[in-house]
Design a protein around this ligand. Structure first.
Ligand code: DX5
Ligand code: ZN
Length: 218
């Protein structure tokens, strides 16, 4: 299990320090929530912020674009230093082309699905993906409650991936905490995003240990 803390719940006034603290605490990934005020109600941050903070961190930058027509910004985010660019299936008419473009630029490519979006949209593109993000809340805000049917969705996606002999990662984002971590891992989740249940419980090294212990017990 990889834990990818969502900076949405961190202190935006001290992002450089937060990134250093995560690295020191033993985290390997960090999750950037980019919101455009169109695909989701909120606006957060964009490529210039990530580009500046890339200089401060060796963490794996997992960039979740909650942005309408993400194809407009793929170049910017890869140039800013995103290691993985995750786009929403609901946000583009040209999913295959945008995935190909992310990979052509040299980053890893992921597709995110809102809670109501069926796995069948992945039918023809799954083999091209490094990761699928199952949203377990409706995107736009931190601190929401985990939607229970997401568990079944993770299990079904895991079945699809195994059936095809792929090594695509399954990421889960929204309302993840130590109480649902074991079941998520049992159902096939590889990468867990946690915002409020991570940053709200310092010290970070201890919190990481808690998540890892629960995951190991799965
Ligand atoms: C929701 C974001 C999530 C969010 C998770 O729109 O994509 O990454 O920050 O926060 P928690 O863990 O608090 O649900
Ligand atoms: Zn996210």
């Amino acid at each position: 299990m990889i834990l990818s803390p969502s900076l949405l719940s961190s202190d935006f006034g001290r992002l450089a320090d937060e990134l250093k603290a995560l690295e020191q605490a033993g985290l390997k990934w960090v999750h950037w929530d980019v919101m455009d005020g169109m695909f989701v109600p909120n606006i957060t941050l964009g490529a210039p912020v990530i580009k500046r903070l890339r200089k401060e961190s060796n963490l794996f930058f997992d960039v979740h674009l909650m942005v309408q027509q993400p194809e407009r910004y793929v170049d910017d985010f890869v140039d800013a230093g995103a290691d993985m660019v995750v786009i929403h299936a609901e946000a583009t008419n040209h999913l295959e082309r945008t995935i190909a473009e992310i990979k052509r630029k040299g980053a890893k490519a992921g597709v995110a699905l809102n809670p109501h979006t069926p796995l069948s949209v992945l039918e023809y593109v799954l083999d091209e993906l490094d990761m699928v993000l199952i949203m377990s809340v409706n995107p736009g805000f931190g601190g929401q409650k985990f939607i229970p049917f997401s568990m079944r969705k993770v299990a079904e996606l895991s079945g699809m991936i195994k059936e095809r002999g792929l090594s695509t990662l399954i990421q889960v984002d929204g309302g993840v905490d130590p109480d649902n971590t074991a079941e998520l891992v049992r159902n096939g989740a590889d990468v867990l995003v946690s915002g409020s249940a991570f940053f709200g419980f310092p010290p970070y090294a201890e919190r990481l240990k808690t998540f890892e212990e629960v995951a190991r017990s799965a």
